[in-house]
Design a protein. Structure first.
Length: 705
């Protein structure tokens, strides 16, 4: 008995020691959890604290460690309060940090006050559909988006800037340069002026009444969104160091692909360490939203100590030099933060090449051109909404950044925009909705070609309707059709970045239809006498002449004798660039240089841009990219390329899942879904076959980029 009692006492003693040690370890662990949250705010927040629970009496001398329900219900330091209705009360600063002070009327305070959507809401696209990836945001701003694919990344930043200045009635501060350098001032728009294009001149004209309503501001921004982007926003910005970042600054990459994210809030600890919240819009147009931090998704703050380059946000990677400042927005404690800026706001009107550190004698224009926008009835149906309205922004959204990034973007509008005066129709006599034109404008096209073999499909009324429609878009240059003989004789000159470009457009045929005897000027035809006269005028008036002929034979991958003959004609008359359309398939690219002092580039055919054609090879089109340079030696092509693109559609969905992809972004999986495989007589869509065709036709011009 005595030995048993001794053994029992030993056991109780040992369990007591274990209990004391366990409690000590637990105390240290809890201290470490608390200390870690304080010293490293980016560490996991929802740490579990353990408790010791005795087992039932039959296991008297045992313990079990279990999570504490009370601690699980509430994190040690909660960053997100889902009941919060704005940034300030939805996302808390990390423990040990406080938001930088900002008073009413300042940008930081304004953004903090913007309403947020409820925490369980989805991130929506402009068409009302949820974005596929719902994992990258911490909060969604409750801002109107509209039903067009316009308010993307740079546009969202521009929207915040404009709304802020409008809220404090600083209306003269609302002014943004378009990609071509033209300054769009809200005050002029408010006062009833609108932009108008007259030949090579863009100007303000008085055409509306005074409107200082918020809707008037949004209408102004719609035009800005159409013609501004990361390129124009970048031109208005200065570089800023990471240590100087403030709310209202951004990380910005211009061009294609380009993107920007806005710093919407900032916090600082007692040691001066800073952290930031970033927000973005994106493409397709979607809700403006606060981003998560990929380094610690439960904590959306970006800590200055973590920011290095390349900087990864959930959907984009920014390189060194991307930290940018559009203007210095006042902040109550800017001096405490040792902001290097003088505090004076940058004047947009001061932005011009003459104010740069160094003025160059060299000017450049980037031109982008695509092929046939061929609107079959299936394309028409793809834009029909449940309420009966029509919208076609979805057709071009994949390439919108590239289109808008060019100084001059050109598309061949194959079909007439006769509108609802006629039944909408496809092959062989096409009539397309005017909303197709709206979508082209929204995508960023500047020049529309209308001299095609389908120009007379709806007769005289079809042409008159098309001309009337484009009159409502004075900022767009329309070629190939004319209202008067005087219009036909006038050479269209577009001036970009100090370079005057003459643009000419002609068609080989009207599919057997004849022009009215009293209106022979309605459509420009491939008549050598008339073209020689036009080119002579163009050479006298412009720095650079471009001809867009509608020519060749359908579904032929090489230039025909007619195309070769006209190419020689254009070269002899001094044309600098030829970009052809009509064959519905791609054809080669060629430099013509038979004289020492003259060089001409020819894109024989860019194929289809959009269509519902029924053979797989016709899904392959191309996008021409040309850089035109003017310097002391003259005006010439300094860079040229061609990018293969694929028109994608699927049978079944109401919108046909239409999309236009760069071939480099297209995949075998998408090719297997292509609807052309259901109807093609000469073989299904195949990714490798499409790739091989591009390489075969383009030869040395083909690039993997």
């Amino acid at each position: 008995m005595r030995n048993r009692r001794i053994e029992s006492k030993k056991i109780h003693f040992l369990w007591s020691v274990i209990l004391i040690i366990g409690l000590s370890i637990l105390t240290v662990s809890c201290d470490r959890i608390e200390n870690n949250v304080s010293s490293d705010p980016s560490s996991t927040i929802n740490s579990t604290v353990a408790t010791i629970t005795p087992l039932p009496s039959d296991t008297e001398n045992s313990l079990i460690v279990t999570p504490s329900p009370a601690i699980n219900e509430k994190a040690v330091h909660s960053l997100i309060d889902e009941s919060g209705t704005n940034l300030e009360n939805r996302i808390h600063p990390p423990q040990g940090y406080t938001r930088v002070s900002s008073v009413d009327g300042e940008m930081a305070a304004y953004i903090r006050s913007l309403p947020l959507k409820e925490a369980d809401q989805k991130l929506l696209l402009y068409n009302g559909k949820p974005k596929n990836n719902q994992d990258n945001f911490a909060a969604i701003f409750d801002l109107s988006l509209g039903d067009r694919d316009l308010q993307q990344c740079a546009d969202s930043v521009i929207r915040i800037y404009a709304e802020y200045y409008w809220s404090i009635k600083a209306y003269d501060k609302i002014a943004f340069h378009l990609t071509n350098g033209f300054l769009m001032e809200y005050t002029r728009w408010r006062d009833g002026e609108r932009i108008q294009v007259d030949g090579n001149n863009v100007k303000w004209v008085k055409s509306a009444s005074y409107d200082d309503s918020h809707q008037g501001l949004l209408n102004y921004l719609q035009v800005v969104f159409t013609y501004a982007g990361t390129l124009s926003l970048s031109s208005e910005c200065d570089a800023v160091s990471i240590s100087e970042l403030l709310p209202g600054d951004m990380f910005l990459k211009s061009g294609s692909p380009g993107h920007c994210v806005l710093i919407v809030d900032m916090a600082v600890d007692q040691s001066g360490n800073k952290c930031y919240l970033l927000a973005q819009g994106y493409m397709p147009a979607q809700d403006f939203h606060v981003l998560k931090n990929p380094l610690h998704p439960l904590d959306p703050w970006y800590y200055a100590s973590e920011i290095s380059f390349p900087l990864n946000t959930p959907e984009f990677q920014f390189e060194e030099g991307s930290a940018s400042r559009w203007t210095t927005f006042p902040l109550e404690n800017a001096d405490v933060l040792q902001n290097s800026s003088s505090g004076e706001e940058t004047s947009l009107e001061a932005w011009s090449p003459s104010n740069k550190d160094k003025v160059s004698d060299t000017s450049q224009v980037t031109l982008l051109a695509v092929g046939d926008n061929l609107i079959h009835i299936e394309v028409v149906l793809s834009g029909k909404k449940k309420d009966g309205s029509l919208n076609y922004d979805h057709l071009y959204s994949n390439l919108k950044e590239e289109i808008r990034g060019a100084d001059l973007a050109v598309v061949n509008q194959e079909t007439i925009l006769g509108g609802d005066d006629f039944a909408y129709s496809g092959y062989p006599n096409f009539n397309s909705p005017t909303q197709i034109g709206d979508a082209l404008v929204n995508a960023g096209f500047d020049v529309i070609l209308h001299a095609t073999n389908h120009a007379m499909d709806m007769g005289l009324q079809g042409i008159e309707n098309t001309l009337a429609y484009w009159k409502t878009k004075p900022e767009i240059t329309m070629l190939g059709m004319n209202e008067t003989a005087e219009d036909q004789d006038k050479i269209t000159i577009v001036e970009k970045n100090g370079i005057k470009l003459a643009l000419l457009n002609y068609t080989y045929s009207l599919n057997g239809y004849s022009l009215p005897e009293d209106k022979p000027y309605l459509v420009n035809m491939l008549d050598k006498k008339k073209m020689a006269e036009d080119i002579k005028k163009a050479e006298e008036q412009a720095d650079f002449t471009i001809v867009f002929p509608h020519w060749g034979s359908e579904y032929v991958y090489q230039a025909t004798s007619m195309q070769k003959d006209l190419t020689a004609f254009y070269y002899e008359h001094g044309v600098d660039l030829v970009i052809g359309a009509h064959p519905h398939v791609i054809e080669p690219v060629e430099w013509i240089e038979t004289k020492k002092d003259h060089r001409m580039l020819v894109y024989y055919s860019l194929g289809n841009f959009m269509s519902y054609q029924k053979e797989a090879p016709r899904m392959l089109g191309a996008m021409a990219g040309v850089t035109i340079t003017k310097d002391s030696t003259g005006t010439y092509i300094s860079k040229a390329d061609i990018t293969p693109i694929v028109t994608h559609y699927e049978n079944g969905p109401a919108d046909f899942h239409y999309g236009i992809y760069k071939l480099s972004d297209y995949t075998p999986a998408l090719a297997k879904l292509h609807g052309v495989s259901d109807i093609a007589k000469n073989g299904a869509m195949d990714y490798q076959t499409t790739l091989d065709l591009a390489k075969q036709v383009l030869g040395s011009w083909y690039s993997e980029e």
